[in-house]
Design a protein around this ligand. Structure first.
Ligand code: ZN
Ligand code: ZN
Length: 366
């Protein structure tokens, strides 16, 4: 049983960390973490409908799943001993763990639901179930070259699709029609939506996470287009803000401030910079222009196997950035009743700066 590279290297890193985390084994339940370590691709239909779990000990790696997934588990995760649980996860763990000498089992406390933890605790006699946080997501936050390539490929797809959409936006098209065009175009290119596409026009664009509605696009309004692809498991995430017809002075003014904020962040982000300082680089520009209250979300987030992952470029996080982080840089200004502007690029953090990914930085130059 030998995992494929790069999973083998990731697994070894995790195994080396178990003792420091105070556990003998880790139960890995989050789908992106499972995939990262093993190659097993299945998603979870819901938090309470798991497709499987990894059990990683210092020496061994198991993939625990149910009957439905045993075939792909064996194909996709060659380094893992696949075990099926006919009576549920807790029963199977109670069977395996004593033989492996496990006394302290870590679980992912930010994913495993409370009921599953209760059942684990009841089934495990003399074995402690201990909450852990972000062990695998910390590993995932630093991308290897292969992942950077996969993310760039995903980004190329969404850039092409968003370009295509920008070219066909016209008054009368509904937000939902535009969103559907994005979804269909991704599907035709062998990709999926990394998240539900946001097409928000006019006053809807003042809501950062508006859902596409039957509202028709009009001239003289902002239109926020926020979309991402998922290709071979890897996500992308970009936002452009469009305007149909001759741009108003207010649109030009707000747009230019957001763009300046974004450029300030691109200029200053580098390995070692604290995440909250990265956020402040852009926020200070928007505040100085008098729109501080209108930028109510964080500057950005990591992107990889998940559309939102570590690191978070948030005013609440002082964690330093690391070379190999891929993060979005997405300042915005939202004005209720008027609309909003958000501009989002993806960037790779390097030792001495950051590199904006993708072939296109197609922003208006106001
Ligand atoms: Zn986005
Ligand atoms: Zn984003």
């Amino acid at each position: 049983l030998r995992p494929n590279p790069p999973q083998a290297g990731r697994l070894a890193l995790l195994q080396a960390r178990l003792a420091d985390e105070g556990v003998d084994a880790l139960l890995v339940s989050r789908p992106e973490n499972r995939r990262y370590l093993s190659g097993f691709q299945a998603d979870d239909a819901a938090l309470s409908e798991s497709s499987g779990h990894l059990l990683v000990t210092a020496e061994k790696a198991f993939l625990l799943t149910d009957f439905r997934y045993q075939e792909e588990a064996a194909e996709e995760a060659p380094g893992f001993e696949v075990r099926v649980y006919p009576k549920g996860l807790a029963d199977l763990l109670a069977e395996i763990l004593p033989g492996e000498g496990i006394k302290r089992l870590g679980f992912e406390s930010d994913y495993l639901v409370h009921d599953a933890v209760i059942r684990l605790t009841r089934a495990l006699d003399g074995i402690e179930a201990l909450p852990t946080l972000e062990i695998v997501s910390d590993l995932r936050a630093v991308k290897d070259d292969q992942e950077v390539e996969a993310i760039e490929a995903s980004l190329a797809v969404i850039e092409e699709v968003v370009d295509g959409l920008m070219a066909r936006l016209e008054p009368g098209m509904t937000e939902r029609e535009a969103a559907w065009w994005v979804a269909e175009s991704l599907w035709k290119r062998g990709a999926d939506e990394a998240f539900e596409t946001i097409i928000a026009s006019g006053p809807n664009a003042a809501k950062p996470h508006a859902r596409p509605s039957d509202r028709r696009l009009k001239e003289g309004e902002t239109i926020i287009i926020d979309a991402g692809a998922r290709l071979d498991g890897y996500c992308s995430d970009i936002t452009r803000t469009a305007w149909l017809g001759p741009p108003s002075e207010k649109f030009k003014q707000v747009y230019a401030i957001v763009r300046r904020a974004q450029l300030a962040a691109i200029e200053g982000i580098r390995a070692g910079l604290a995440a909250n300082r990265a956020d402040a680089l852009a926020r200070e520009v928007i505040e100085a222009a008098g729109f501080g209250q209108a930028f109510g979300h964080s500057l950005g987030h990591g992107v990889g196997l998940a559309a939102h992952e570590a690191p978070s470029l948030s005013s609440l996080k002082a964690t330093p950035l690391t070379a190999g982080n891929i993060t979005t840089i997405e300042p915005g200004i939202y004005l209720p009743g008027w609309g909003g502007v958000r501009l989002e690029v993806m960037s790779l953090v390097t030792e001495d700066g950051c590199r904006v990914l993708g072939g296109l930085e197609r922003f208006y130059n106001f």
